[in-house]
Design a protein around this ligand. Structure first.
Ligand code: TYD
Length: 192
């Protein structure tokens, strides 16, 4: 089971993944969390490039598109373990939403495992900016508005749920649990 959490920066993905991991484990399920970019050499290089002043340029975004795809290939074997539930903080869907052009990004990620469920933690750009404490130049409103629109379009292709991430942490996690429960054999109506 491969469940992907997506959303713009500041949507609360990592917080929710932690809560959901604990909930699933408390219910006796085996869970592994993944984060993209990973902690591989390629992931480390990606994070370094993201901090460069020219990270937002068209050329660097193309370079990042290639590196994100390579970094992702490193974790694909892992996902073959069908006893586990994988909760992933970002995926190839981030590449489709953040990098361009989409058809090229799509072909670079052609062999990536497709998700059983995509959860889009959808947050207003205003709230994203409030929650986001980083100082990256390209984390700007205009860019994030475009990324959010891309997300809403891309996820239509996959089994997905849009979660209103403007709500408080508990309401969001309850909505996420409801979206996941039936997929993993847990009782949806038991969730408060
Ligand atoms: P993330 O770790 O979520 O952000 P943070 O630095 O706040 O922990 O991801 C790093 C950035 O990488 C984020 O701005 C989104 C971007 N990204 C892409 O542009 N394409 C991708 O394919 C992925 C996985 C991430």
């Amino acid at each position: 089971m491969y469940i992907i959490f997506e959303g713009i920066d500041g949507a609360g993905k990592s917080t929710q993944i932690e809560i959901i991991k604990k909930w699933l484990e408390d219910n006796g399920l085996e869970v592994e969390t993944l984060v993209e970019p990973t902690d591989s050499e390629i992931g480390v290089l990606i994070r370094k490039i993201l901090k460069r002043p020219d990270a937002a340029t068209d050329r660097m975004q193309k370079v990042l598109g290639l590196l994100f795809a390579a970094d992702r290939m490193l974790i694909m074997d892992k996902l073959e373990d069908d006893k586990k539930i994988f909760l992933s903080d970002r995926s190839f869907i981030s590449s489709l939403a953040y990098q361009e052009p989409q058809d090229w990004i799509g072909s670079l990620n052609k062999y990536v495992k497709k998700p059983d469920l995509v959860l889009l933690l959808d947050v207003d750009i205003k709230n994203s900016a409030l929650r986001f404490s980083g100082e990256d130049e390209f984390e700007n409103k205009e860019f994030l508005t475009k990324v959010r629109d891309n997300y809403l379009d891309i996820i239509k292709e996959f089994n997905h749920e849009i979660i209103n991430a403007n709500n408080g942490i508990n309401k969001v996690s309850s909505d996420v649990k409801k979206a996941i429960a039936s997929k993993v054999g847990l009782c949806r109506d038991c969730i408060e």
